[in-house]
Design a protein around this ligand. Structure first.
Ligand code: HOZ
Length: 428
């Protein structure tokens, strides 16, 4: 595989940007490879600057559920751009997007648009603290809620991938207010609630963990969290940055029928442009300035380009057969991949929910961070290199998800399975 141009670009990038990247996982460090520089992306495919073509299952880490450069989304962006790219003022499209989000997501009566998932989660806990007049939050080991200080404690995603789940630079005062529980272990939450009575402002959880690989909630786990929050007067926050509009139009809260007090969104709601949002019950959201005293603002929030891309994406996702189609594609791909592993006698543990899934190089069951991190990351690295060499683009970490999009065709899936079978045989 020729990657000469990517190599040259990466060398140059390292001169001007730390690690050559604007987000750590893009350096491909954990998979021991040179990151490809992407030249273009259309539908299910991306091409790098050396002309290599890949079937893409990273989907920009989740947003590209319609596939890349969907004509209707591009048209929406182009027509918005013709009217100016930023006003720092209100526009009608932001009301349409807000209305759609409120209609579709069960736990959202009102929403505030921001520019990233990180901004959404940071703002949501500020709001939860103000509302409950309490300081502590409970998060789950291996869950990732962006890079806000309060969340970089046993954090998943790039933090785990690079072996820095708790980052230097976060003060003791902040870590003291973040309590870590075990995902899928309600007793660990109960213990913390018992240890810190009337001090917990909120529990924040990814309803399907998607940043320690994919780890679904065990039956009853989310419902028990809801119950605990009600019993002890703290808020339940679902971080649906990945699962929002991915599992269903109403996100994981619709899928599992558990309604949180606050929800954070990102990725898909921006249709591939930088957007985040947080929303929830009206009485909580009306604590935000300018109605209430909780301050949060943004020059580019509600940016007309990003809003237009998001709105068009959600409109397309509202069509009836979208989620069944995604499910069918995902079942076909993940079942085929599991068969390949089995035939090659490579022990893996498979987790998937709808169109997001992951294979852990781990013979044991993975239902939490401890087990996820027992996976053989060296083997994952070799597997990843081979998949890339043969033209299949997976997220460069054992601790991320594989995403299907509506653009993946049966031919794409069959080609992927053929390559995957070959790679599995080569891995032994
Ligand atoms: N938000 C992504 C985690 N699933 C990672 C994107 C990044 O760290 O660049």
């Amino acid at each position: 595989m020729n990657n000469q141009k990517s190599q040259q670009l990466f060398e140059k990038a390292n001169t001007y940007m730390p690690g050559g990247v604007n987000s750590p996982v893009r350096a491909f460090k954990s998979v021991g490879n040179i990151p490809p520089y992407i030249a273009r992306a259309i539908g299910s495919r991306v091409w790098d600057v050396d002309g290599n073509e890949y079937i893409d299952y990273m989907a920009s880490w989740g947003p590209m559920i319609l596939g890349h450069a969907h004509p209707a989304v591009i048209e929406a962006i182009q027509s918005a751009a013709g009217n100016g790219t930023s006003y720092g003022a209100n526009c009608e499209a932001e009301i349409q997007l807000a209305e759609k989000i409120c209609q579709l997501v069960p736990g959202i009566d009102m929403v505030r648009m921001v520019n990233s998932g990180t901004e959404a989660t940071m703002s949501a806990i500020r709001l939860a603290r103000a509302y409950t007049k309490r300081d502590k939050i409970i998060k789950f080991a291996g869950c990732y809620h962006g890079h806000g200080d309060s969340f970089l404690i046993q954090a998943g995603s790039g933090a785990t991938t690079l072996g820095i789940p708790s980052s230097p630079g976060v003060t003791g005062a902040i870590t003291g207010d973040t309590l870590n529980a075990e995902y899928n272990n309600i007793e660990s939450v109960r213990n913390l609630v018992g240890q810190f009575p009337e001090q917990i402002a909120a529990t924040i959880v990814e309803p399907v963990a998607g940043n320690m690989g994919v780890v679904p909630p065990e039956p009853g786990f989310l419902g028990s969290l809801r119950q605990l929050a009600d019993d002890h007067n703290f808020l339940l926050i679902f971080d649906e940055v990945i699962t929002g509009f991915r599992l269903a139009a109403g996100g994981a809260q619709e899928y599992y029928n558990v309604t949180p007090d606050l929800t954070t969104l990102g990725k898909i709601i921006g249709g591939g442009l930088p957007v985040g949002a947080y929303g929830g019950k009206k009485n909580i959201m009306e604590m935000l300035a300018p109605v209430g005293p909780v301050y949060q603002a943004g020059t580019l929030s509600g940016n007309p380009l990003a809003i237009s891309a998001g709105l068009k994406t959600l409109e397309l996702l509202e069509q009836e057969d979208v989620y069944p189609q995604l499910r069918e594609k995902a079942n076909y791909l993940f079942t085929g991949m599991a068969d390949n592993f089995k035939q090659a006698e490579i022990p893996v543990f498979a987790n998937a929910v709808e169109s997001m899934g992951c294979f852990f190089f781990n013979p044991g069951m993975v239902s939490d961070y401890e087990n996820a991190t027992k996976s053989d990351t060296k083997m994952f690295g070799r597997y990843h290199q081979l998949m890339m060499q043969h033209g299949v683009y997976l997220a460069p970490s054992q601790f991320e998800a594989t995403f299907l999009s509506l653009a993946h065709t049966k031919e794409d899936l069959d080609k992927t399975l053929e390559i995957h079978g070959k790679v599995c045989r080569g891995l032994k």
